[in-house]
Design a protein around this ligand. Structure first.
Ligand SMILES: O=CN(O)C[C@@H](CC1CCCC1)C(=O)N1NCCC[C@H]1C(=O)Nc1ccccn1
Ligand code: NI
Length: 179
């Protein structure tokens, strides 16, 4: 099973690479890896297992975070309406998104970042995502709210983007207003 020792921390170049597409149909090895990632996220939210194995609770994890530069991630999150999204996805991509933006009020964190970084992270309010799930089916998901934010955070990991890259510093905002 995956534990925190398998989680790569910021500074490791793998977190800044653009991950490679997974060749489909997925190999048994890639399927096992993605299943292990989904199990890790689910375990991290179970108080007993998280306590026993010292897991930091997470709602998602992307393959680069375990040192694998492949385009796949797992999420396990209940959205505002109590809808549970629990899946692994190969080669996810945003096919359309709203102009409107949103953010998590408390900002974001990351299992690969062992420090608190203040600031709001702008995300699209709504996105339509296509990908291939662990059963090998191509899925199209129309997402909004928390689960949409989670997907965008994970998708960024596949492109070497960290959440704090998107925090607009006050000076940037000031510069924009002055120009
Ligand atoms: O790439 C994947 N990661 O780095 C794990 C991250 C992914 C989330 C960060 C913001 C959107 C996706 C993660 O889950 N966390 N980050 C560290 C702190 C704890 C935890 C978290 O934000 N939990 C949470 C958030 C909202 C509602 C419920 N729980
Ligand atoms: Ni992260």
């Amino acid at each position: 099973m995956l534990t925190m020792k398998d989680i790569v921390r910021e500074g490791d170049p793998v977190l800044r690479k653009v991950a490679e597409e997974v060749s489909l149909p997925a190999s048994d090895s890639d399927k096992k890896t993605l299943q292990d990632m989904l199990d890790f996220v689910i375990n991290s939210q179970d108080p007993e297992i998280a306590e026993k194995y010292q897991l930091r609770p997470g709602v998602g994890v992307a393959a680069p975070q375990i040192g694998i530069s492949k385009r796949m991630f797992a999420i396990h999150v209940e959205d505002e309406n109590g809808q549970l999204y629990s899946m692994g996805l190969f080669n996810p991509k945003v096919v359309s998104h709203s102009i409107e933006e949103t953010h998590l009020d408390g900002g974001e964190g990351c299992l690969s970042v062992d420090r608190d970084i203040p600031g709001l992270v702008p995300r699209y309010s709504r996105i339509t995502v296509k990908g291939t799930n662990l059963e090998g089916e191509e899925v199209t998901l129309r997402l909004k709210g928390l689960v949409s934010i989670v997907f965008q955070h994970e998708l960024d990991h596949l492109n070497g983007i960290m959440f704090y890259d998107r925090i607009e510093g006050f000076t940037d905002k000031l510069k924009k207003e002055l120009n």
